[in-house]
Design a binder for this molecule. Sequence first.
Ligand code: FAD
Length: 168
Amino acid sequence: MENTVGRDRRVLIAGGGIGGLAAGAALANLGFRVTILEQAEDFKEVGAGVQIAPNGVRALGTLIGDAAHPMLQYMAQGACQALEDVVRLVDEVQAQPDDIPAAFSAYAEGRYRRTARVQFSARQLIEVCQVGGVMAEVRRSYFSQRSDEQKFESLAWLYSDRAGEKFQ
Ligand SMILES: Cc1cc2nc3c(=O)[nH]c(=O)nc-3n(C[C@H](O)[C@H](O)[C@H](O)COP(=O)(O)OP(=O)(O)OC[C@H]3O[C@@H](n4cnc5c(N)ncnc54)[C@H](O)[C@@H]3O)c2cc1C
């Protein structure tokens, strides 16, 4: 059956990265008419991200992916979090299709704690990954004493089903 949540309304997406393309595809599936504007003629590295606070986000509409929460590489979560954003955004739009600004706000409100935790965790891992000397010995000793179960448990908040259906 055709999905009519979007009711042929127009959505403009700036940026054709994984976040923009995934959001475009998901919203098109809901029946929105999606236009994606991509500045780059070809795909290559586009530089550093900028953290934009909630007041800026309100002015912009909504942000997803690296534009909303640029992060260091140590958790390998940039694209994963962009895709989680899209799932949550679509959930919120489906929940209140008559009030898109409210849906965007609910999405931002529902996502910032988890994405911030991933950002902080990636930053903390610098201390683990990039040390030498005594600190490297401490690291080896610490991790060698942890069981596989403990290692998996420490990442359950990120990877397991308990992370929550709505990624919050
Ligand atoms: C080497 C490397 C390895 C990685 N490994 C992993 C991994 O294992 N797992 C993981 O989850 N993530 C990984 N990442 C991170 C992941 O690739 C990024 O977090 C993800 O691609 C971000 O997607 P995005 O759509 O948010 O942003 P981008 O991919 O940056 O897309 C933004 C797009 O917007 C366009 N744009 C910008 N400004 C404008 C404008 N004004 N008008 C129109 N278009 C505009 C840009 O040209 C760009 O195409 C890795 C990244 C790198 C570099």
